[in-house]
Design a protein around this ligand. Structure first.
Ligand SMILES: [Zn+2]
Length: 532
């Protein structure tokens, strides 16, 4: 059976840039375009040349090798000639292989938002597409609000798509701009449109406002569309765009799609997906979503003891695909329900050799349970668990000793008469027989402590130089008679890998210090440092 080719169009750098809190620099864009190109995307939409200096500079040269580098912009405005429309001319002058025009396809929007006649809008589509082709570029047309437009006036929505197709657009992309459409509607509407515009020229651009963006994209494919637009990790305004990080493995690994369609991403490249997803989060400075399908830290994590022993026997019972196929791995969570089978499976994964009958396993199990009873939770702190296991079963070298630390918080009026808060931490360590004293200021006690700790670790300083704190969570637990504080810290280094550590104490600074120390020791072990 010959498989139909599906085209993947990435709009992370254009529509994804609308995400609250995301602001790409040109350097970010160059890096991300390279990652997408390497993954095997067919199109990389880079932004809106002419709209802002970043995008204009980004489009001063072509930024992809394999993928079609695509510029985005509006169709010609009504009432001006093409040569007098600066927007279209800037767009055509950009260094891109393709141009994606956004066009209104909802009659109401044409009248209200554009203030144009329905025919003027069609003429704008026609002339813009023709101009792009005359400029030697491939033309795509995003039909904005297509599904809502179709529901209101199917004839006009189809007329927009048809006009773009007849003018020579390679792809006519049907957009669910406000993200409210449902899969059954999307499939039916795409199928209806494919009578006028062949499915081999139809694309889908879905938003996630009812958490159906991935489902809607796949529904459109069932309806006949052959291009899917989406973003890395599903970023995008409001609830995000269709998540390519979920769509790509689904197309490659699920037989229902894999047998019918082929895409430009190989199974080999798919193994880099988890790393790519984490790398991307790092670039946009967001903590990775642990529950993200396929690539999340919890995507292949199982908690209950009974499941863990079943997983050890037959992995397919709780895993819908092999974690390794997307570069992720199996995690068996250690919790107070944990049995020996949980522990053994987790230790095997961590590469800690231990005999099934080793009596230290019972010690470890008892230790985990005891600690969980006072507030520790190792499900979210894999690195601290590994340290605890290594300490109990093997040995963790004494890299350094903390002699003491103290932190002060001072609120005072500054020279301008404004109240400011300054924290200062002093840490005394013994490293390789040498006594070190470091002092640092921070915007809070934990920040000051973190800075002081990582300022000078003597002979190990080079090893921890790229260690970075990415997330810090505090939770007050009301177990027993007194409240205790649980601190979870997520750290990462320049490899892009991240890990979590935990600290528990009646005192938030103490709990933080414990988690910070664990993170440093974990880094030293991870990098195979020999104690000095
Ligand atoms: Zn969009």
């Amino acid at each position: 059976m010959t498989r139909a080719r599906l085209t993947l169009f990435d709009t992370t750098l254009r529509d994804g840039a609308q995400t609250n809190g995301v602001d790409f620099s040109v350097e970010d864009k160059v890096l991300i375009a390279g990652l997408l190109d390497e993954l095997g995307l067919d199109y990389v939409e880079g932004g809106y040349p002419g709209a802002n200096p970043t995008d204009t500079r980004f489009f001063s040269e072509k930024r992809t090798e394999r993928a079609r580098f695509t510029a985005f912009g509006m169709t010609k405005r009504a009432g001006v000639s093409l040569s007098n429309d600066p927007g279209v001319n800037t767009l055509l002058a950009a260094q891109s292989d393709a141009v994606c025009f956004v066009a209104k396809s909802w009659d109401h929007q044409v009248k209200v938002a554009l203030g144009a006649t329905l025919e003027e809008n069609l003429e704008g589509i026609r002339q813009s597409v023709a101009a792009a082709i005359a400029a030697g570029k491939e033309a795509l047309v995003d039909c904005e609000h297509f599904f809502d437009g179709y529901k209101a006036n199917p004839d006009y929505a189809i007329a927009c798509a048809r006009t773009a197709y007849e003018a020579g657009a390679r792809w006519i992309v049907l957009c669910d701009t406000n993200g409210g459409s449902q899969p059954a509607e999307v499939e039916a509407i795409v199928r209806a449109v494919s009578v006028d515009v062949p499915g081999s020229h139809l694309g889908i651009h879905a938003h996630n406002d009812t958490e159906q963006a991935v489902a809607n994209s796949l529904a459109a494919v069932r309806g006949g569309a052959r291009q899917i637009q989406g973003t890395l990790n599903g970023i995008g305004e409001r609830c995000g765009n269709a998540n390519l990080t979920s769509i790509i493995p689904t197309l490659l690994l699920k037989p229902i799609y894999a047998q019918a369609y082929e895409i430009g991403v190989t199974l080999e490249a798919l193994k880099g997906l988890t790393a790519l997803s984490r790398r991307f989060d790092e670039i946009v400075n967001r903590a990775p979503n642990r529950q993200a399908p396929y690539v999340g830290a919890s995507a292949f994590a199982t908690k209950a003891g009974i499941h863990a022993s079943a997983i050890a026997k037959e992995t397919s019972s709780y895993e819908h695909v092999e974690p390794e196929s997307v570069g992720n791995h199996r995690r068996v969570l250690v919790s107070d329900q944990a049995g020996r089978s949980n522990l053994l499976a987790e230790l095997a994964r961590l590469g800690i050799p231990v005999d099934k009958s080793d009596r230290r396993l019972d010690m470890l199990l008892a230790e985990v349970k005891e600690r969980e009873a006072i507030g520790y939770s190792y499900e979210g702190a894999d690195a601290s668990f590994e340290l605890l296991a290594r300490r109990t079963l093997g040995n963790v070298p004494d890299f350094f000793t903390v002699e003491s630390f103290h932190v002060t918080v001072e609120r005072r009026l500054n020279a301008l008469g404004k109240m400011v808060s300054v924290s200062e931490a002093v840490v005394k360590l013994i490293v390789g027989g040498e006594r070190l004293l470091t002092v640092a200021e921070g915007n809070g006690p934990v920040n000051a402590l973190d800075r002081a700790l990582r300022k000078d670790l003597g002979v190990y300083q080079d090893v921890i130089a790229d260690l970075e704190l990415v997330d810090y969570k505090v939770r007050i637990l009301n177990g027993g008679t007194e409240a205790v504080t649980r601190v979870l810290i997520e750290s990462r280094d320049s490899s892009g890998d991240s890990w979590s550590t935990i600290g528990v104490s009646e005192n938030v600074v103490d709990a933080s210090f414990e988690a910070l120390i664990d993170s440093i020791v974990y880094t030293l072990i991870r990098k195979g440092v020999a104690p000095n």
